[in-house]
Ligand binder design. Structure first.
Ligand SMILES: [Zn+2]
Ligand SMILES: [Zn+2]
Length: 434
């Protein structure tokens, strides 16, 4: 059974996160988007965890469901067919921790995602962290002074089936390989525990192909998650499995063994759209490719003369031992997409959160899920629930026919389907159709 899983998001208790980020609203959006397994996020936060225990029930498979009264009238209304009603969203207990510590004479900052099969394990991890004076109350994604390796140790002691996943491993400031405070190899960080780290997360600014340039990652499972801070962004990156039984064990086994039979593909952002793809300085309004930084600027900003924030592509290039385009034998494939609301926004030449765009987006999701639309429906079927222009845009995204302007130093990049002249001509037609 095709199972779409988003294994990293944040709750309303994390900084800069929508107040809507709690399981009821998440389940609603999972249905609209076609996500089957959703991370709870933030299991280390006492108040959020209390809510999770009240609202979710362990279904005996290592995953959780919403207790039925929590679905509420609005939720029920949207479940159209009997199958849909039966197909409940499964939650997986997840958290992300920010480890900031000194190791080998350098300050290290690394985000680490955790997945566990039950509340018992969550409690054990939280108790252990509290004993070590970690302040879990401060934020949904708490900052702790322990090393990523020590954190992994604690998690494996609590339950050997915890999945410890270095998050968005290339972002400059807070990641395993980050240019500002990371390591050059997995072993340098996790030492003898390295064989127990089965997966990494690409983050929005890198895609699997970039990661395939490192032979050191050949046996690691490459995951992609949304890291969403608002319900509309869930599933913007995701993992597509083919599972016999949707349970924690099967997901664990697929990830542990990098089982390419049951891991069909990942859904990716175009990495250029991520906020740290290229090098640059946002304040100086300066952006350049890694080649330009290296050869022309010696990594120094020509405006302020300070060191540039080196993006993900630069860092990959520094650590890679292969050229772009190499594909390891056991690689899990991937598909690059633009989120549907961004496609609709471009077709209307309006902001993504404007009323027109949100109305059309939500009307489409009343008829089909976002993943149905992006992955499965043919052109005619998409036209029927939208129009020719939106259908054309989706076809182009599927075929990789897009224009990109890379993001840098925290600024999102831009991915466009139409060039300016073309969309100017199409726009009157588009506006007529709605
Ligand atoms: Zn993070
Ligand atoms: Zn500068």
């Amino acid at each position: 059974m095709r199972t779409i899983a988003d294994l990293h998001i944040h709750s309303k208790y994390s900084r800069a996160t929508s107040p809507q980020m709690e399981v009821g609203v998440l389940a609603l959006w999972c249905r609209k988007k076609g996500i089957d397994v959703m991370a709870t996020g933030d299991f280390t936060h006492p108040q959020y965890l209390k809510g999770l225990k009240e609202k979710l029930i362990e279904d005996g498979s290592g995953l959780l469901e919403i207790k039925s009264k929590e679905q509420g009238a609005k939720g029920k209304e949207r479940l159209k067919s009997k199958e849909e009603r039966e197909k409940k969203i499964k939650f997986i207990l997840s958290g992300e921790i920010s480890c900031i510590y000194k190791d080998k004479d350098k300050t290290r900052r690394q985000h680490v995602c955790l997945l566990v099969p039950d509340f018992e394990t969550v409690d054990k991890i939280n108790v252990a962290l509290n004993k070590l004076n970690c302040n879990l109350k401060s934020d949904g994604r708490p900052i702790i002074g322990l090393s990523a390796k020590r954190l992994a140790q604690i998690c494996f002691e609590a339950n050997e089936k915890t999945l410890v996943i270095p998050a968005h491993i290339w972002t400059p400031w807070f990641s395993l390989f980050g240019s500002k405070s990371g390591y050059d190899s997995m072993e340098e960080c996790y030492e003898e525990l390295t064989p127990n780290i089965y997966a990494i997360e690409t983050g929005l600014s890198s895609d699997p192909e970039m990661n395939w340039r490192l032979s050191a990652l050949d046996n690691i499972t490459i995951l992609s998650n949304s890291d969403a801070h608002s319900p509309r962004n869930i599933g913007r990156e995701a993992n597509v499995f083919d599972l016999e039984k949707v349970d924690y064990n099967e997901i664990y086994e697929v990830i542990k063994n990098k089982d390419t039979k049951r891991f069909l593909y990942t859904v990716e952002f175009y990495p250029q759209e991520g906020r740290y793809h290229f090098d640059g300085h946002r304040k100086c309004n300066f952006v350049c490719s890694p080649q330009e930084s290296k050869n022309k600027h010696k990594n120094i900003c020509p405006v302020c003369k300070k060191e540039l924030v080196l993006g993900v592509e630069h860092r990959v290039d520094d650590l890679a031992d292969r050229k772009l385009g190499f594909r390891p034998e056991n690689a899990v494939p991937f598909k690059s997409f633009v989120p549907l609301q961004e496609i609709v926004a471009e077709c209307f030449q309006k902001g993504k959160l404007t009323k027109t765009v949100q109305t059309v987006f939500e009307e489409m999701l009343e008829k089909k899920t976002e993943f149905d639309i992006l992955l499965d429906l043919n052109r005619k079927e998409i036209e029927l629930i939208s129009n020719e222009i939106i259908a054309e845009a989706i076809m182009r995204v599927r075929n990789g026919k897009v224009y990109t302007k890379p993001g840098y130093d925290g600024e999102y990049g831009v991915v466009k389907v139409f060039d300016e002249e073309e969309i100017k001509k199409l726009l009157p037609e588009q506006n007529k159709l709605f």
